[in-house]
Design a protein around this ligand. Structure first.
Ligand SMILES: Nc1ncnc2c1ncn2[C@@H]1O[C@H](COP(=O)(O)OP(=O)(O)O)[C@@H](O)[C@H]1O
Ligand SMILES: N[C@@H](CCC(=O)OP(=O)(O)O)C(=O)O
Length: 293
């Protein structure tokens, strides 16, 4: 049983297109480094327009899209530029409260120009872990999709204490995918996918194109993030992949730092697909390979 592949060829390109086209409901997660300029914290408006163009195209062909966006802290931190250090918890929460408003305004204006509404959900871990609150959030998301408004989700950083916060939107996005029974979770990042090592550390690291089983060999490849406001790194992306795959949802990591980032995946651009086995025997073999280590 091959747990991962490393070739990027026409077959995998066709597979990417089919997997995205055939998805009834998708979650698109946007990393901080994509939505906010790394130096100024300004929202990257021209890039956002191309992402929303892609999202609207998916919706127009009958697919449902929920966006999980990072960036509130990155955008709001501009108000704390006098700090010569990373904002502390209280400052981060204030920065998120400021940045979230600007993020939502940018999304709302972009979608409005294309005839779509937008709805905001700010969640904490309790909204997912508590069954009643989870069902309530699920219902709200379904109602938004029903009326053609694009749901935009982020962690409720402004009030999320350490005890109840997610800490990263990779896992939040995976939990939302599980909550709404999504078919595909797309993590748009600042890297082409999972490499054998952090490509910023080792330029000879190789891209893993497909993972069927997250075993210790795969886990050993993942490191943390160096980006200023990012909080996940590849470690949390593998955690997200495990949550998604356990829920029967496929997940893809791709570099969103290009125009029309979803179209790039559809057209076979570099990416890593995490595809759960459909048959129980293979799933059990994967689980056994984990328990033996
Ligand atoms: N094995 C790996 N493959 C790819 N990226 C890795 C790996 N290990 C660590 N990383 C780091 O993870 C980063 C992506 O995570 P992160 O910075 O949190 O981005 P995002 O904004 O998408 O959350 C990459 O830029 C890279 O520096
Ligand atoms: N809720 C936070 C998300 C932090 C986070 O997960 O960032 P990233 O690792 O860039 O996706 C914010 O909006 O800044």
């Amino acid at each position: 049983m091959s747990s991962f592949l490393m070739q990027q060829d026409s077959t995998s390109a066709i597979a990417s297109a089919v997997q995205l086209l055939s998805a009834r409901r998708l979650i698109v997660k946007i990393g901080s480094a994509l939505i906010a300029d790394a130096d100024t914290g300004e929202i990257r408006g021209p890039w956002l327009e191309t992402l929303i163009e892609d999202v609207v195209r998916f919706v127009a062909r009958g697919q449902q899209v929920i966006i999980v966006t990072s960036g509130a802290v990155a955008v709001g931190s501009r108000r704390f530029v006098q700090l010569d250090r990373r904002p502390e918890t209280g400052e981060k929460q204030a920065a998120a409260a400021i940045g979230q408003v600007q993020l939502m305004h940018a999304y709302e204006q972009s979608l409005k120009r294309r005839g779509f509404g937008v709805g905001q959900l700010l969640l904490t871990g309790e909204d997912i872990d508590n069954q009643h609150r989870c069902l309530n959030a699920r219902s709200t998301l379904q109602q938004l999709l029903k009326v053609g408004a694009v749901p935009i989700v982020n962690e409720n950083d402004a009030t999320a204490t350490v005890e109840i916060c997610f800490g990263d939107n990779d896992r939040l996005a995976a939990r939302v995918a599980h909550m709404v029974d999504a078919d595909v979770l797309i993590l748009l990042s600042n890297v082409d996918g999972l490499f054998t090592e952090d490509p910023h550390d080792n330029p000879f690291a190789r891209l893993v194109t497909e993972v069927r089983c997250i075993n210790p060999e795969i886990e050993a490849m993942a490191g943390h993030s160096a980006a200023r406001h990012s909080s996940g790194g590849m470690v949390t992306k593998l955690m997200a992949a495990r949550i998604a795959m356990d829920a029967g949802c496929e997940m893809v990591i791709a570099n969103g730092n290009k125009s029309y980032p979803l179209a790039a995946i559809e057209n076979g651009g570099p990416s890593t697909w995490f595809i759960p086995f459909k048959d129980k025997a293979s799933r059990d073999a994967c689980a056994n390979s984990l328990s033996q280590n």
